[in-house]
Design a protein around this ligand. Sequence first.
Ligand code: DX5
Ligand code: ZN
Length: 229
Amino acid sequence: MFDRSIKIAPSILAADFANIGAECRAIEAQGADWVHVDVMDGHFVPNLTFGPAMCAAIRPHIKGVMDVHLMISPVDVYLDAYAKAGADVITAHVEAGPHIHRTLQAIRSLGKKSGVALNPGTPVEAVAELMDMVDLVCVMTVNPGFGGQSFIESQVTKILRLRQMIGDRPIHIEIDGGITVTTAPMVAKAGADVLVAGSAAFKGGSVDSPAPYGVNIQAIRAAAEAARA
Ligand code: DX5
Ligand code: ZN
């Protein structure tokens, strides 16, 4: 099942929260490969979104991969709740606690794909000992907490080093933050395969007028694929 094709993962952080189920259906109908769900606790990051009950509520509205990005600390005590809510991928931050190895073991033992995320200030070496524990490494290209921030270009060399570190292992490289038609080529060329896009995916559309979502997703995908060719 694993492949390195470009996958666009719109973040519902940029969706209309009052229409969240319909937004999930609309973004998938318009070509999203995965749906990225940003969970924030107001402690690990300076913003709050939603918790496992919301994830469980949207699950029936997502046909494909539900990609849950946990920006929370502590994280271990909540893993079971997000697994029960129906996440397919659960990603925890390496900076969220002293026991990321245990966290990743726990995610896999719940039968989920395990992800580890790196803040922009964290060196790629922080995941060097986790290569046999992870299905996905998420390189944050903004400081987590908010959508609509500018892409931090220094992270591109980190992606290149991560790609080398991964070698032939079946590990996705996901990039999160500031992905647009301009930045997608840089990260795709460096080795990323999962591109999270919040504002750039949802801009200009709505559940009543979803066609712009499809135009946005297709433009990001085409830019990324062209950079790889
Ligand atoms: C940031 C979140 C991102 C964010 C991306 O903390 O993890 O997923 O929603 O939004 P854009 O694409 O607008 O930077
Ligand atoms: Zn995210």
